[in-house]
Ligand binder design. Structure first.
Ligand SMILES: [Zn+2]
Length: 78
């Protein structure tokens, strides 16, 4: 298992932590696609990473939350 080592925070809307998965930004790898098929991650689609994009996605509310640049600063580190 090479999922993100971050534990998703509970959804601010429904409070569920089990339904919250990390959002994978940019072009997904083959592994990313498999993880998405298993419901472990959410694919944002698109080819670029937006700092204001969602960091987390609630499968229950079908809505994302969290600002990517705040939640996953390592993605923007050069
Ligand atoms: Zn929710």
């Amino acid at each position: 298992m090479s999922k993100t080592n971050r534990t998703p925070p509970p959804c601010p809307k429904c409070g569920s932590a089990e339904q919250v998965v990390p959002v994978v930004h940019g072009m997904p790898t083959e592994e990313g696609k498999r993880s998405a098929a298993r419901g472990e991650v959410w694919l944002s689609g698109g080819c670029c990473i937006d700092p204001d994009a969602w960091a987390w996605y609630c499968r229950s509310c079908r809505e994302g939350f969290g600002r990517l640049a705040d939640e996953r600063p390592e993605l923007f580190r050069r």
